[in-house]
Design a protein around this ligand. Sequence first.
Ligand code: KG4
Ligand code: ZN
Length: 336
Amino acid sequence: MDTLILGIESSCDETAAAVIKNGRYIMSNIISTQVDLHKRYGGVVPEIASRKHVELIIPVINQALDEAGVLLSEIDAIGVTYGPGLVGALLVGLTAGKAIAYTAKKPLIGVHHIEGHIAANYLQYPDLEPPFICLVASGGHSHIVHVKDYGEFEILGQTRDDAAGEAFDKISRAVGLGYPGGPLIDKYAQKGNSRAISFPRVYFDDGTLDFSFSGLKTAVLNYLNRLEQTGEAINIPDVAASFQQAVVDVLVKNTIAAAKKNNISKIALAGGVAANSQLRHDMKEIAGKQGIEVMYPGLILCTDNAAMIGCAAYYEYIKGKRAGMDLNAVPGLRLG
Ligand code: KG4
Ligand code: ZN
């Protein structure tokens, strides 16, 4: 007997719904992105995001069921992101999920957004099983996670200031490339020289594998200001490539150190920054030389989607976890 989960995601600027069979097979994966709406403001405007989610959530859920060719009555459980994220945005998907669960008499499962990002790897690699080390790098998070079992995590390192994706977005804005910054920096970096400018890499000598990207961001901004004052031309591809390399070097080094420290030979990447071509390349090459296998989801499963939420919900569902109708959005929800 197949288990069908309806996954719902609305934590930031993507309204998404998906149907997942037996935790690993994507029957549908609908994502309505609001990127064009937020572009003119240079970042996500929470109130606009919430309003758009309200407009889109039901059509997106209906489309996910239609494309999967299943009726709501055939769904076994509803999995919905309840944090972390923008509170207004989270509330839209959560309220829709609760309303559907209540009226259709289906179990409700609250999903941690980061747990969803990690689970994207299970969809990409149907044979992948814990334990593994996962680097979760997105617009709001940069975590090195020891995935010990389904739903069992230990955080081995995290950012002390900006998230990696946030740094990409800020630098992109500073060089005039716009929003969202990650894919644009990635694209321009391919035409630049990553050794053209020496930007700092921050490592902590207190035994942690934490990250810090705010000093790097300031160094890039100072560099841009200096050139502007002296009237020198800014080589955007070189700035993009040198900045990107500084971020990637730290992410790669700390993640491999986490794997070695814990004697684990599998690294998975997750979150929007896992779409970065340099990160994918360097992690695979450098970890590969040390006998560590590197995995990453396809591009569409790296950035926010509901398939990953349906997958994470499935593993909670088979463990018997259920949420009540009092489940609330938790913008600062922690993992582990
Ligand atoms: O996971 P995600 O869709 O949303 C959050 O949970 O935050 O991640 C979005 C972040 C943005 O900061 C975006 O600039 C970054 O992921 N991103 C990238 C790339 N594609 C998206 N960063 C670097 N390189 C990319 N190719
Ligand atoms: Zn995300």
